[in-house]
Write a protein that binds this ligand. Structure first.
Ligand SMILES: NC(=O)c1ccc[n+]([C@@H]2O[C@H](COP(=O)([O-])OP(=O)(O)OC[C@H]3O[C@@H](n4cnc5c(N)ncnc54)[C@H](OP(=O)(O)O)[C@@H]3O)[C@@H](O)[C@H]2O)c1
Length: 220
């Protein structure tokens, strides 16, 4: 029960990897906050969790929604011990010249702006609490033809992770990213089951003070 009474906020928790992570944290005693845009998907996952949890629909790319959600979580739960920035999208496959500008913008908004907004809002709270763990879900796909928007967004997420970790050096707010392998989810057909890929995320979320920070950890 590594997360007994810890408040763990998982974005993109209504499907795939996020749902598997929400289940794993709940099984280890966490109070899980589940976010995503589709309330019914979040409720389906939350129903199966048992224990205490909170369904909080939001679009991670919309600053006012993130701000309101952060206020609600802090008001109701008092703190956030662990943030898992998992929500993400993979826009249609296309070369750079064929990529719709709107698809590029959506990828950056969801995969980079979303984690940035949540980190921006929660880091001051974690600093004030004297502790916090953030795990950003990146991807091994960083330089792949026909996936430039997705690749660029995940490279940016790695940079955001490393820069923030450096800013927080000397504190007990530890920020890392993970690169899960191909997993069979709504985003991608085929690959590992998401449940097989959660161990390192839990380990990063459970790090002791002085542990790893600013790293992008590959999940085999
Ligand atoms: N599957 C793979 O092979 C693979 C490999 C490496 C990394 N990843 C990463 O793993 C993470 C999870 O992906 P997945 O494979 O589990 O795919 P998924 O099942 O499609 O999950 C993505 C989740 O993000 C949520 N989401 C999307 N846009 C959002 C927004 N604007 N605001 C809030 N929530 C949003 C979706 O819910 P709503 O639509 O309800 O909002 C969905 O639950 C992503 O960051 C992805 O890049 C996946």
């Amino acid at each position: 029960m590594r997360f007994k009474n810890k408040v763990v906020w998982v974005t993109g928790a209504g499907s795939g990897y996020g749902a598997a992570l929400a289940r794993a944290f709940a099984a280890e005693g966490a109070r899980v906050v589940l976010s995503g845009r589709r309330r019914e998907r979040l409720e389906q996952v939350a129903d199966g969790l048992g224990g205490l949890n909170r369904v909080l629909p939001l679009d991670v790319s919309v600053s006012v929604e993130v701000e309101e959600a952060v206020e609600e979580v802090l008001r109701e739960e008092g703190r956030v011990d662990v943030l898992i920035n998992n929500a993400g999208i993979f826009p249609s496959k296309a070369t750079v010249e064929a990529t719709a500008i709107a698809d590029f913008d959506r990828a950056m908004a969801t995969n980079v702006r979303g984690p940035f907004l949540l980190m921006r809002a929660l880091i001051p709270r974690m600093k004030a609490a004297g502790t916090g763990r953030i795990v950003n879900v990146s991807a091994p796909l960083k330089h792949f033809p026909t996936a430039s928007a997705y690749c660029a967004s995940k490279c940016a997420l790695d940079s955001l992770t490393k820069a923030a970790a450096l800013e927080l050096r000397g504190t007990d707010v530890l920020i890392n990213a993970v690169e899960p392998p191909m997993m069979d989810t709504e985003m991608h057909a085929g690959g590992k089951k998401p449940e097989e890929c959660i161990g390192p995320v839990l380990e990063l979320a459970a790090l002791a003070a002085g542990g790893l920070t600013g790293r992008v950890v590959k999940i085999e």
